[in-house]
Design a protein around this ligand. Structure first.
Ligand SMILES: [Zn+2]
Length: 150
């Protein structure tokens, strides 16, 4: 299942802080010791649901590549792609963030990336597209394509 939060480890006390995607722009402090979490890496062991307004803050904030999954509720291959991405998010936690974007709800974002078919997987590094894969893709092929960017 996709989540609506990521984690940031506190540099002072080591606590894993849950940070909601829609609050990424807010200056975060550790829930336990109040140390600043600004600039510390985000990570997640699960794909993260990202709404259109949350997309740019996440891209700005992430120090690791982001694999954006443009999907839709009615898309059968997207449903098959989902568990593959869940596994990948778990295996590559801390090295990549997998962001799920509902192409129907975030139409402008899908247009911005010229998404013609779904699922489309767009790999961003430092905010720039470095690779793109369209259609249902196996874990093995996905890994081969993204490995060099991790
Ligand atoms: Zn702390």
């Amino acid at each position: 299942m996709a989540e609506n939060h990521l984690f940031i480890d506190c540099p002072a006390c080591g606590t894993a802080n849950r940070v909601r995607v829609d609050r990424l722009d807010v200056t975060a402090k550790c829930g336990r010791c109040r140390a600043a979490l600004t600039g510390k890496p985000l990570y997640s062991k699960a794909p993260v649901d990202v709404a259109a307004v949350e997309f740019d803050p996440l891209v700005r904030r992430s120090s690791v590549p982001i694999l954006v999954d443009f999907w839709a509720v009615w898309c059968a291959p997207c449903r098959q792609q989902a568990p593959i991405l869940e596994q990948l998010a778990n295996d590559l936690a801390g090295r990549i963030i997998i962001a799920k974007v509902d192409a129907d709800q975030a139409g402008l974002l899908a247009s911005r990336f010229a998404v013609q078919a779904i699922p489309t997987l767009v790999l961003l590094r430092s905010g720039l597209e470095v690779d793109r894969i369209t259609g249902l893709t196996s874990a093995q092929v996905l890994l081969q394509r993204i490995e060099r960017y991790l």
